[in-house]
Write a protein of this length. Structure first.
Length: 266
């Protein structure tokens, strides 16, 4: 088991009148979530709050269900149950908001990380992202569910066109969508010293990959301060959207540190 530290921060940005982003950490579960609401009026704000409030409960229930309680779930089984939880939430949200005045089109992105043992399970829908910083390299762990990403995949636009493309922000998948929800998930073995970033597109739409690497690599400041620096840079670049960042540091377990100290003393 690892020692886990985290910090999160959300900001209105410089253009939007309300913050439709939300995040939550449930450290006893090893669960971390960022959500970016979509929809008119206050629908987006409501949707993201529903995601961060309801999804931990759904994940907890599904992980607790087992035919053999003494048998550990495999990584594939955990991923299946996470996706099932997101699908349940998406379908429920879609049904409850259908034909409701002011709630048409209500939905949200979601990106979540679930740490179990020495592994993290990442699941997402939409364009909120997860990154891994390891050995001074920043790797994007999720692929956006967006129209711009589809255009990139089909070589219809170039990467440098993506940031300013007219279809930027149009999602192909989201929590609450009409039709079958298709969340994606993956598993990754963790190492001591890893740093994970979950964020909304209010960060990635404003900050270049190079600047993101430089800021996330800051190991001298406290995690909360690094979150503040990320948001500051996004706002200085225009702050055209709400900005949410959640950083998770993976450290050696206290038991491991104690053992190492005893070995050193011996």
């Amino acid at each position: 088991m690892f020692d886990i530290e985290y910090a999160g921060l959300t900001d209105l940005g410089r253009v939007r009148k309300k913050n439709e982003d939300a995040w939550v950490a449930v450290p006893e579960m090893g669960l971390f979530i960022v959500s970016d609401g979509i929809g008119g009026n206050f629908a987006g704000e409501i949707a993201s709050k529903i995601v961060v409030e309801a999804l931990p409960k759904l994940v907890r229930r599904r992980l607790a269900k087992s035919i053999d309680p003494d048998k550990e779930l495999t990584d594939d089984e955990v991923n299946d149950r996470i996706r099932n939880a997101i699908c349940k939430l998406s379908n429920d949200l879609c049904i409850k908001t259908a034909n409701e005045p002011g709630l048409e089109g209500m939905g949200a992105t979601v990106v979540m990380g679930l740490i179990r043992g020495d592994c993290i399970h990442i699941a997402h829908m939409g364009d909120s992202r997860a990154y891994l910083l390891r050995n001074s390299q920043l790797k994007q762990l999720t692929i956006d569910h967006s129209l711009v990403q589809l255009l990139l995949d089909n070589d219809e636009i170039k990467p440098e066109e993506a940031a300013t493309h007219p279809s930027r922000g149009q999602l192909t998948r989201s929590v609450g969508m009409v039709g079958e929800p298709l969340p994606e998930s993956t598993s990754l073995s963790l190492q001591t010293g890893d740093r994970l970033l979950l964020c909304s597109d209010g960060l990635t739409g404003m900050v270049s990959d190079e600047d993101l690497l430089m800021l996330v690599s800051n190991g001298e400041d406290a995690l909360q301060d690094v979150c503040g620096q990320l948001i500051k840079v996004a706002n200085e670049a225009g702050g055209t959207d709400n900005i949410t960042v959640l950083l998770i540091d993976i450290g050696a377990s206290k038991a491991s540190e104690t053992t190492q100290d005893m070995d050193t003393e011996a």
